[in-house]
Design a protein around this ligand. Structure first.
Ligand SMILES: Cc1ncc(COP(=O)(O)O)c(C=O)c1O
Length: 367
């Protein structure tokens, strides 16, 4: 038995520290805002090397905040990848935007840059979202950034899965115009509930994001913008501050197992995806590709053995029922679809054990 992910493997002393601090905060009714939240935002700035970190209620809100901050509203066209988690798509629709999806590149599994350029010329979008999936990002990230900058179109980077990723030896969020993350418990930096953040070096974008996330407030009862309540609560901020202190150990463990899969699986004939050369991955996810029939057989074996697995993601955005009435356009070579039919993810989480790893490998060998 190996779970796909186990988020209960805390370091010694972690939960004790959390519980004793929670007890203090509860006695002082420190529930919203306060030092835990402001400390977290400072700690996030240090870690991501960005000037501004704005915490918010979840990773979906973070994308919605970023879209609103760059000025996307009703009827504005937005390009985004066809392969991503549904939240990226949903965020565009929720702010009133019109989504246009662009296919995946089957080498790095990120949005295809050449097809994106074609889509850009045809759609003339108000904004673009790229998503750094699986624990790395596009091999052509710099070209995405330069292209959008040259065309004066804001590029939002959905970094829900890339906390801890280095791009050209620096945190990937550092040189984004505006980037977002999720603190969903299963993420690399996970909370004890929902949470998210927006990162930027631009003072105006930071100011607008902060206002939008707090009812558009300019003063306690002054509302300069129509925003909403997307505050991160103090308990989540505490949990995240304590987790951030242990992030190095967690990343080391994730990266160790990600690498181990890459060492062992090819000799069993399994195709494992590697991050492009400019990246140090965070070990968020293991990604393998199988011919469809073989995948089905292996999935049955894994189920029999009680080994968790996933297909991230089993359907492209344009295949979702929810996109039927909302999708405005699709630029595709069929890759997102092919990926959804062939992708298989084996368990990968911090502090996985050697025994667990061997159990997974032996099950694959038995196919
Ligand atoms: C790529 C991507 N974008 C957005 C989100 C949404 O984050 P949340 O679940 O915190 O709203 C997630 C995570 O679930 C994600 O993986």
């Amino acid at each position: 038995m190996v779970p796909f992910i186990d988020i209960k493997r805390f370091e010694n002393g972690f939960l004790d520290e959390f519980h004793s601090r929670i007890s203090e905060m509860t006695k002082n009714a420190q529930f919203i805002g306060g030092t835990e939240v402001s400390d977290l935002e400072k700690n996030l700035c240090n870690y991501t090397q960005t000037k501004y970190s704005i915490s918010c209620a979840n990773g979906t809100d973070a994308i919605q905040l970023a879209l609103r901050a760059v000025g996307v509203g009703r009827g504005d066209k937005v390009l985004l990848p066809d392969s991503t988690f549904w939240a990226t798509y949903e965020a565009v629709v929720n702010v009133g935007g019109d989504p246009y999806v662009v296919d995946t590149n089957l080498t790095d599994l990120e949005m295809d840059f050449d097809l994106f350029k074609e889509a850009f010329e045809s759609v003339k979008p108000k904004a673009v979202i790229i998503v750094h999936l699986y624990g790395w990002g596009s091999s052509r990230l710099q070209e995405f950034r330069d292209f959008c900058k040259d065309h004066k179109v804001p590029l939002i980077e959905d970094g829900a899965q890339c906390f801890g990723v280095l791009y050209k030896n620096e945190p990937v969020y550092k040189n984004a115009l505006i980037a977002t993350t999720s603190f969903y418990p299963a993420k690399v930096l996970g909370a004890a509930g929902d949470g998210g953040a927006v990162f930027t070096n631009d003072e105006q974008l930071a100011d607008k994001t902060r206002k939008l996330a707090n009812h558009g407030r300019t003063s306690h009862y002054g509302h300069g913008l129509v925003g909403w309540n997307s505050r991160l609560d103090s308990f989540q901020a505490l949990f995240l501050n304590l987790s951030l202190k242990r992030i190095r150990e967690r990343l080391d463990s994730r990266r160790y197992w990600a690498k181990k899969y890459r060492e062992v699986l090819p000799s069993l004939g399994v195709k494992v995806i590697s991050p492009p050369s400019d990246y140090e991955e965070n070990g968020y996810c293991n990604v393998t590709l199988f011919p469809n029939l073989e995948r089905t057989k292996l999935e049955s074996k894994l189920k029999e053995a009680g080994i968790g697995f996933a297909n991230i993601y089993p359907g492209a955005m344009s295949d979702q029922e929810g996109s039927r009435d909302t999708l405005k356009g699709k630029f595709s070579k069929g890759n997102a679809n092919e990926l959804s039919q062939t992708v298989l993810n084996f368990p990968l989480f911090p502090y996985m054990t050697e025994n667990e790893f061997n159990e997974i490998i032996n099950t694959i060998k038995s196919l």
